[in-house]
Write a protein that binds this ligand. Structure first.
Ligand code: ADP
Length: 652
């Protein structure tokens, strides 16, 4: 080396100081800087390089591979080809150290000699571990975020989409990225609108649109997007896609069900109403308009209240508030102004509506015009009251009547008893003088019969007739009086034998009239035998007596067992069953309206000259049957024969 002259010395010093400045500068760069020659020998490195690689002293002249380690050396060597042809190389070096993976951003710049031959290269490296980790974390965050993301460039081409977006729509990266975004929109004009707004530096917020999935289904989404600009250059959009399909479908369903509810509510012939959780009316069915003649809006919130009669408002408010506060069902009846301006009687009731968590969301109820029902109820109540009063009065009358009847019955019984004993005594007392009259008349006729004139003889015959009629009458009266005689004389008898005896008694008359008597099988009953003999005797005698003159008498005695209830003549159901014995003939009959009269004492339809009799026969029959808790009545028409019905209780 030459000794420096003063000038040179000055220059040398100045150069030395410049060099020191340069070295200071290079050492101060927050980057790893080294110069490596063509033989891969390190010629120079700065302080950050040494400290990063942990080098003490000056490593100049050492092989780069030794200093950097073969791991870094291999990664550098892969880019040397570029350096040898004079290009710069930029790449990332990944180093596995004790502190974990480190990232270096390397730049290799070739150094040329005077012949533009590469004689070495500058190794420049930045430790980007922190930056890279953050970037990777961010990238991972967006790639795997649960929110859907995609970027679209200025031409509308999708340049990036995260997994969530691909999963949402069902596409692979290849099927989605690189395609025009409009291919995936149902509404193509929407994408034009979005792109126009973004390229005009507007933001897209909560933009509702629909995307087409790979399987053809449609997703309802909300887009939020803004564009990334580099200066005035539009880089790409940053679009967040939120899947709102479920909400949309749920909202649609709610809307549909609300619509159905509305339609149903409008069909119901009552006013349907609902309130919110504050008790404000928020729904009225269309029947409100029908009832009040006012629009639905005029009844919402608390407006419905003014339709209530002023005098009823207090009680409605109290009842509504106490139900509402206690979340209890509400019920009320009040006067309500209708479309014609009249107050009708209205009935309202409502129940709380709960959400799943049992929180009260409001009330739902009905309002109904019950004026007609109230009127009916009022009339019914009045009718019931009137009826009750009526019944009370009737009961009173009945009670009085019963007392009177009881008294009359007692009197009647007394009279009957007196009459019976009178009839009995009188009959007995009358029989004797009558018998004497007949006896003495007979004697008189035997003694002086020849001396008596024809006129006297006629008179004699008439006296005899009258006395025998009187005798019959006395006999019948006695029988009638005796027919009360019942207790203690009951016997179980075969009615067939009683009937047979009776027919025998009437032998002569039957033969005289050439009559036929037929009988069905009769039952064995507990009765007073001689009274039943009398009963058959009277009925059969009448059937023979009132036979048609030109017709052979035919008499039929029938019997059947019948149910107690529902039978004719008010038999009732005292006994389970009755023997219905009927005696029918083909005689002259009688007019139906006389069918009750003929059972009265002394009642006769015909003159004595034509049909003899006392008018007591059927009265005796009636008494006998009633004595045995039965009933007797007759069916007949003039000239068409007669039927006498006897109903006797079957006491077995
Ligand atoms: P009488 O002694 O007149 O027969 P009854 O009491 O037996 O009295 O009968 C009353 C009346 O009923 C009879 O006079 C007769 O007119 C009518 N009568 C009774 N039985 C018959 C019958 N089988 N056919 C037509 N009329 C009858």
């Amino acid at each position: 080396m030459l000794n420096p002259t003063n000038t040179n010395l000055h220059t040398y010093k100045s150069m030395q100081s410049e060099f020191a400045d340069l070295e200071f500068l290079i050492n101060s760069i927050p980057a790893l800087v080294a110069y490596i020659d063509c033989n891969m020998v390190l010629q120079f490195c700065n302080r950050p390089f040494k400290s990063w690689f942990g080098i003490n002293g000056n490593p100049a002249g050492q092989k780069f591979q030794l200093i950097a380690g073969s791991h870094i050396f291999d990664q550098v060597q892969r880019h040397l080809g570029k350096i040898l042809v004079g290009d710069c190389a930029h790449f990332e070096i990944l180093v596995n150290t004790q502190n974990g993976i480190q990232y270096l951003e390397a730049t290799l710049s070739p150094d040329f000699d005077q012949f533009r031959q590469v004689k070495g290269f500058l190794f420049h490296c930045l430790d980007i571990t922190e930056k890279s980790k953050t970037e990777r974390a961010l990238k991972d965050y967006f790639e795997n975020a649960s929110i859907c993301l995609h970027w679209v460039n200025g031409d509308g081409i999708i340049v990036w989409a995260n997994l969530a977006e691909l999963n949402l729509l069902g596409y692979t990266e290849d099927e989605y990225i690189g395609r025009h975004i409009s291919e995936f929109h149902v509404n193509k004009s929407a994408i034009e609108d979005i792109m126009w707004r973004l390229t005009n530096k507007q933001r897209i917020e909560n933009y509702d649109t629909q995307l087409i999935c790979k399987d053809g289904s449609i997703k309802h989404v909300t887009l939020n997007s803004s564009a990334l600009w580099e200066g005035e250059k539009f880089v790409h959009t940053r679009c967040f896609t939120i899947d709102v399909t479920e909400q949309k479908l749920a909202a649609k369903k709610i809307k549909e069900s609300e619509e159905r509810f509305r339609q149903m509510a409008n069909l119901v012939p009552l006013v349907i109403w609902s309130t919110d959780e504050n008790g404000d009316c928020n729904f009225l069915s269309s029947k409100w308009e029908h009832l009040t003649g006012k629009s639905v809006e005029e009844g919402l919130k608390a407006l419905w209240f003014s339709f209530i009669h002023p005098d009823d408002r207090g009680k409605v408010v109290t009842s509504w508030m106490s139900s509402f506060r206690a979340n209890q069902p509400f019920e009320g009846k009040f006067r309500f102004l209708n479309a014609s301006g009249d107050y009708i009687v209205a009935y309202a009731n409502a129940s709380p509506i709960y959400d799943n968590g049992k929180k009260v969301l409001g009330y739902i109820g009905i309002l109904q015009d019950i004026s007609a029902e109230e009127q009916i109820k009022y009339s019914l109540e009045k009718m019931v009251l009137d009826r009750t009063e009526d019944v009370r009065k009737r009961n009173l009358d009945l009670k009085q009547a019963k007392t009177v009847l009881k008294k009359k019955n007692e009197e009647l019984e007394k009279i009957n008893n007196q009459l019976s004993s009178f009839a009995h005594i009188a009959s007995h007392d009358l029989q004797e003088p009558l018998r004497k009259i007949q006896l003495n008349l007979g004697k008189l006729f035997a003694m002086d019969g020849e001396k008596i004139s024809e006129e006297g003889k006629d008179l004699y015959r008439r006296i005899i007739d009258s006395t025998s009629r009187m005798r019959n009458l006395i006999q019948d009266l006695l029988t009638y009086a005796r027919s009360n005689d019942y207790e203690g004389k009951l016997e179980e008898v075969d009615l067939n034998s009683i009937l047979k005896e009776t027919i025998n008694t009437l032998d002569t008359k039957i033969a005289e009239k050439n009559a036929t008597i037929r009988s069905e099988k009769l039952p064995i009953v507990t009765v007073v035998p001689f009274q039943f003999h009398q009963l058959f005797l009277n009925l059969l005698s009448n059937a023979l007596k009132f036979a048609k003159p030109d017709k052979q008498p035919y008499i039929q005695v029938s019997c059947e067992l019948v149910e107690g209830s529902g039978q004719k003549k008010g038999l009732g159901d005292t006994y389970k069953s009755y023997y219905h014995i009927s005696v029918s003939d083909n005689g002259i009959g009688f007019s139906p309206e006389l069918s009750e009269k003929i059972f009265e004492m002394f009642y006769r339809l015909h003159g004595r000259a034509k049909y003899e009799g006392t008018g007591l026969g059927l009265a005796i029959c009636k008494k006998i049957v009633e004595n045995h808790q039965g009933t007797i009545f007759a069916d007949s028409r003039e000239h068409e024969g007669s039927v006498f019905h006897i109903y006797l209780p079957n006491k077995k």
